[in-house]
Ligand binder design. Sequence first.
Ligand code: UT7
Length: 331
Amino acid sequence: MTEIKASTGPKYARIYSVGSATPSRVIDNEFLLQYIDSSDEWITQRTGIKERRWVAEGENIETLAMEAAGKAIERAGIDRAEIGAVILSTISHYHQTPALAPKLAHQLGIPDAAAYDISAACAGFCYGLAQAESIVRAGQAKYVLVIAGEVISEITNLEDRGTAFLFGDGAGAVIVGPSETNGIGPVVWGSDGGQENVIWQTADWHTAVETGVFPKLGMDGRAVFKWATSFIARATKKCLDGAGLTPDQLDVFIPHQANDRITDTLLRYLKLPETVVVARTIRQLGNNSAATVPMAMDALLSSGEATSGQTALIIGFGAGLVYAGQVITLP
Ligand code: UT7
């Protein structure tokens, strides 16, 4: 048998930098009351959300992704020609083909990088990070740019009082590269397609063309809530176990921003010490699907609530159902 050379890479990978972008239009709870029978009090108490950001004229998934990625590249201080792969996680880019990642790479001045989109809903960033870590350690790219970008406002059904108030638009990005020490723990990930109908698109493209109705998001909120507070709680513990850490060794917790009450339940389950900094960006940004984790990471680092070098647990979960989480060293 002819021997085929295998690629080899560095022993470890880490996140070098993070960047994010939020659109300019601030939507408070009051604004949504023209569409749904609800109240600011109910939305705040049930979710934590006070406001979210939606795209305005001239803003879209491309502008948001470009801004977040541009910041991440600049902050990493690397030569962009050495970025060998660009992964965009999104469920709200409306072209099935071509993917948006090659265009983003081109516009960012990254020559000849492998570039592709992935679809893993609210777990998308953590899926992308897992791929990036493996790509770097396998020596298949020196640096990987992982972007998560969403414009969920355009697929939000404003008349659905179960979802209209939940989502916001935005993007986050990180650069992953080689490291002397380990900065990304083993991913804990999986899926349960048996629950594909818990979060859904109201029509496929064929039906949309036939009916002339643009597909929107639908969700059985209670079912997702139950899954997140039981199964996902156990997954957070597995992330810590996989990284060989106990809750008291954690500095920061960045769960997917789906609901403050889900976050509270995860905190109680993990018995995290009160000193652990917990992401609560949902209050100002809503649920940004794939982008929540990197957006929250950037927000905590920019505000000084978290600092570079700290140990953080991140986890995303959502439509599929899918989930992924890791312990990381903050950039
Ligand atoms: O990132 C993707 C994953 N998504 C999530 O993780 C979302 C997970 N689910 C949730 O966050 C919550 O299920 C929601 C925030 C969506 C809903 O909260 P809930 O506490 O599960 O509400 P519920 O559906 O159980 O409804 C409770 C009550 C009902 O009234 P009764 O039957 O108790 O009288 C609803 O009719 O609240 C009522 N209700 C509302 N009231 C005011 C439902 N929606 C609204 C509303 N405003 N918008």
